[in-house]
Design a protein around this ligand. Sequence first.
Ligand code: ATP
Ligand code: MG
Length: 362
Amino acid sequence: MAKIILTGDRPTGKLHVGHYVGSLKRRVELQESGGYDQIFIMIADAQALTDNADDPEKVRQNIIEVALDYLSVGLDPAKSTLFIQSQVPQLCELSFYYMNLVTVSRLQRNPTVKSEIQMRNFEASIPVGFFTYPISQAADITAFKATTVPVGEDQMPMIEQTREIVHKFNTVYGETLVMPDILLPENKACLRLPGTDGKAKMSKSLGNCIFLSDTEKDVQKKIMSMFTDPNHLKVEDPGQVEGNPVFIYLDAFCRDEHFARFLPEYENLDALKAHYTRGGLGDVKVKKFLNKVLQEELAPIRARRKQFEKDIPAVYKILEEGSRKAEAVAAQTLADVKQAMKIDYFADQALIAEQAKRFGEG
Ligand code: ATP
Ligand code: MG
C-alpha cells in the first residue's frame, strides 16, 4: 500500500517554534527521507473560519504567512503538495456524509474540542462548524488516503476520532477508506512545547510564541524575559528544571555539540541541569545559551524566508497548483465514497438497467 502523509496548520497566525518541533521539522525530514509516495500539506483555512467566522481578513492575511513559513523551513513544492483546504470542495462533501457516522455525545467527549471550547469561552454558544471540525478533519485525512499524520500531541483525540469514522464507514459501506496512524514527535519535549509564559502550550491564540519569522532581536528579547522557576530568585538558590520552559526548550533544541561551541564548561544538558538543580547557576546564563542555540536554528529559516518574500505571486502560484493537484486526488476518493454509499446513480449502468427492467415488466 502507498505511504501517504497528510498534515496541516490553521492560518490563524504565523507559525512558531512549537509548530516547528511538534510537526514542521519532522515533515521536512520525512519529505527528505524518500520513504513516502505522496505528501500533502494543507493550510486549513476552512477550519480556521470555524472559530474566526467574523474575522475572515485574519485568515486571508495568514495564508501567505503560513505558506512562507512552510517554504522557509524547507518544505519543497516539488516533493510535497502544498494546498489550501477551501479550494478543495470535495472535503466539504465528504464531511457531510461522515456526519451521519458520528454522534453529538461523541463529539462532546473529544478532549481537544472540550479544552478548545473552554479556551475560546464558547461554552454557551458553540458554533456548529467548530463543534464538528473533528469530522472535517477526518475528511481531510481520508480524502488523500493518508496512512500517516505527523502532528503534535494535542491532535491525538482528532486522529482517534478519524479512525473511528474510517472503521464505521468501512463496516457500513464496505472497505473504502484508509486507516491513518498518528506520528508523534520522538522527543518528549516536542510533543507540546510550552509558551514563553510557562503556559502548557505555545499557541497562536495565547500570545506566548516565538515565531519562525521573528527577528534576531525579538527572539533574544522573548528568551531573556521567559518565565523560569519562580522560586529560583538568587543565583545560589537551587532551581527546578522540570516544568521550566527554558529547560524544556533546551530539551527540544540543544545537542551535545552546542555545548562544545557555546558553553564548553558543561559537557552536555545533563551537566547543566545538575548544576541548576544544585544551585549556583543563574537564569541569565542559561537563557543566553538557549538564545545562541535557537538563533542558530532559526537563522537559515529566516534567510530562506527573505528569498521567498521577494516573489509573492510565485508563492500563490505554488498554492494554486497544489490545490488543483489535491482536488484531483480528493475527487477520486469522493467518487469511491459515493459508490460505496450507493449514491452514484448516473455512473451505475446496472442500476439503470435493473430499474428499466422492473418498470418494463410492470
Ligand atoms: P490555534 O491556536 O489557532 O489552534 P495552534 O498554535 O494550536 O493554533 P494549529 O494550527 O492548531 O496551531 O496546529 C498545527 C500543528 O502544530 C498541529 O500538528 C499541532 O499539534 C502542532 N502544534 C501546535 N502547537 C504546538 C506546540 N506548542 N507544541 C507542539 N506542537 C504544536
Ligand atoms: Mg490548534
